[in-house]
Design a protein around this ligand. Structure first.
Ligand code: GAR
Length: 201
């Protein structure tokens, strides 16, 4: 069984979807650790409720970004983590972190990358006026939302949408897509060739 760590800064609805899928046996791995950089993150409470090890690691306790990332890497290694899943973790990982887990870090982003990377992907797409947006699960490299794409799902924008209603539908789509991508990783079904990520039989 692969050991998964989820890093989250906020509400943690994607974490919840991952935990539920794992409990239903739809992920061939276990969530062994949840880490947050925010003390009050609901993600930590969700992990606690399900009896999953969870840690608040305060960036202010460390000298800088690299030292903070190094501390997380050490924690992940101590917990023998195979896959790091970023789920609304609102920090750009340093090269040190990325190189410690090459093609073993995933992120979910609320747009069809490479469109609308960075913060507020839903707002950016909405205000741009696109008719179709969606979500992307990708491997993390040193860039901002630039790593090889694993899965994407399209979500149409309807005329009556607000940013909030659109975000709700994208969230629902994320909650399907992320557990699926994680399960593919856990079953060793993903193969990366250059920028292309293949699903192997
Ligand atoms: C998700 O919509 C995720 O795509 C987004 O944060 C939200 C976290 O929601 N991530 C990013 O924008 C990363 N650039 P959650 O805390 O309810 O899972």
């Amino acid at each position: 069984m692969k050991r998964i760590a989820v890093l989250a800064s906020g509400r943690g609805t994607n974490l919840e979807a991952i935990l539920e899928a794992a409990e239903r046996g739809e992920i061939a791995g276990e969530v062994a650790l949840v880490v947050s950089d925010q003390k009050e993150a609901q993600a930590l409470q969700r992990a606690e409720r399900r009896g999953v090890k969870n840690l608040f690691m305060d960036p202010r306790d460390y000298g800088g970004r690299e030292q903070y990332d190094q501390a997380i890497v050490e924690q992940l290694q101590e917990d023998r983590i195979d896959l790091v899943a970023l789920a609304g973790f609102m920090r750009l990982l340093s090269p040190l972190f990325v190189s410690a887990f090459p093609m073993q870090i995933m992120n979910i982003h609320p747009s069809l990358l490479p469109a609308f990377p960075g913060l507020d992907g839903v707002e950016q797409a909405f205000h741009y006026g696109v008719k179709v947006t969606g979500c992307t699960v990708h491997f993390v490299d040193e860039g901002l939302d630039t790593g090889p794409i694993i899965l994407q799902e399209a979500v149409p924008v309807i005329q009556e949408d607000t940013v909030e209603t659109l975000h709700q539908r994208i969230h629902a789509s994320e909650h399907r897509l992320y557990p699926t991508a994680i399960d593919l990783f856990c079953r060793e079904k993903l193969k990366v060739e250059g920028r292309r990520c293949m699903i192997i039989d």
